[in-house]
Design a protein around this ligand. Structure first.
Ligand SMILES: C[S@@+](CC[C@H](N)C(=O)[O-])C[C@H]1O[C@@H](n2cnc3c(N)ncnc32)[C@H](O)[C@@H]1O
Length: 274
């Protein structure tokens, strides 16, 4: 608790990340990791090995962009730094753990960006009296030339993108369930479109389903974390025991079904066989 309060007070973060609640959420992820390291290990290892496999599919290795890098629990930073000229870690804020890890490499940079594309509009519009939720507009990542990017990783970020904005909107606008779903899906679709805008290899790793399970391991409830958005068939899938028994309740645990989709660079797609 004290550690988390100290981190909240000291992490350099843009005002929008503090005011919307992103910084609080980011620090909460670190707390959950500390409590459930062992249960999370297979998921973190699967994420890292998926990213490693994506690296091998990059013919050119100029810039690697990691979206939702957070505390870097699931990011193989040393191999990324070894294989690419430049690694750009993008998040709403970068915890001290991530800042310390990057100090070992001269080619790793941290960038703050709002990857949902709605935070400014939430603070200026919704909190200022607008009566509809904003359309997502994801800005270019500062100091990154998109045509230099040979790998883009979305690292367990996608399903998180609508959570803070939806909670923020709910404080100001009485949205019905259909409008809430439309807003969340628009944010998720904007993320896919943003990824598709790059010409390099893209590696999307996201949870798709959140399952509540009882003490016998039976699923009692399943929620689509992507609000019905269709994704291509995954290359890999696994379970993330995100909240083992005791985290949320003594009777029920939560696990995520995670999927990974790696797409070749645009100039490697549909290349006819020799
Ligand atoms: C579940 S964590 C991903 C785990 C992270 N790769 C790690 O190893 O710690 C989701 C990450 O997405 C980031 N995030 C969520 N919404 C964001 C937004 N709108 N803009 C930028 N980053 C965001 C969070 O700050 C968090 O670091």
């Amino acid at each position: 608790m004290i550690l988390e309060a100290l981190e909240y007070a000291t992490i350099p973060a843009p005002p929008w990340a503090r005011r919307t609640g992103h910084l609080r959420e980011l620090i909460a992820v670190e707390g959950r990791y500390r409590r459930h390291k062992a249960a999370w290990r297979p998921h973190l290892d699967n994420t890292k090995s998926t990213i490693m496999a994506a690296i091998t599919r990059c013919k050119r290795r100029r810039t690697a962009l990691v979206l939702g890098s957070g505390a870097l629990y699931d990011i193989p930073l040393a191999p990324l730094a070894a294989h690419f000229d430049r690694v750009v870690l993008v998040d709403a804020a970068h915890p001290w753990r991530a800042r310390a890890a990057a100090l070992r490499f001269r080619n790793v940079a941290h960038v703050h960006a709002d990857l949902s594309g709605v935070c400014d509009a939430l603070l200026l519009g919704v909190a200022g009296g607008a009566d509809t939720p904003p359309d997502p507009r994801i800005s270019a990542i500062p100091n990154v030339a998109p045509d230099q990017v040979d790998l883009v990783v979305s690292a367990n970020l996608m399903s998180q993108l609508p959570l803070v904005p939806s909670a923020f909107v709910a404080r100001f606008l009485p949205l019905d369930a259909a409008a809430e779903t439309r807003f969340a899906r628009a944010i998720l679709q904007a993320h896919l479109d943003f990824m598709h805008g790059f010409t390099g290899v893209t590696c999307l790793i996201t949870d798709q389903t959140r399952e509540t399970i009882d003490r016998d391991g039976e699923t009692v409830h399943a929620k689509d974390a992507l609000f019905g958005l269709d994704l291509p068939d995954p290359d890999r899938e696994w379970i993330w025991d995100i909240a083992p028994l005791g985290e949320i309740s003594r009777a029920e645990a939560v696990r995520n079904r995670v999927l990974a989709i790696t797409t070749p660079a645009k100039d490697q797609q549909n290349t006819p066989s020799p």
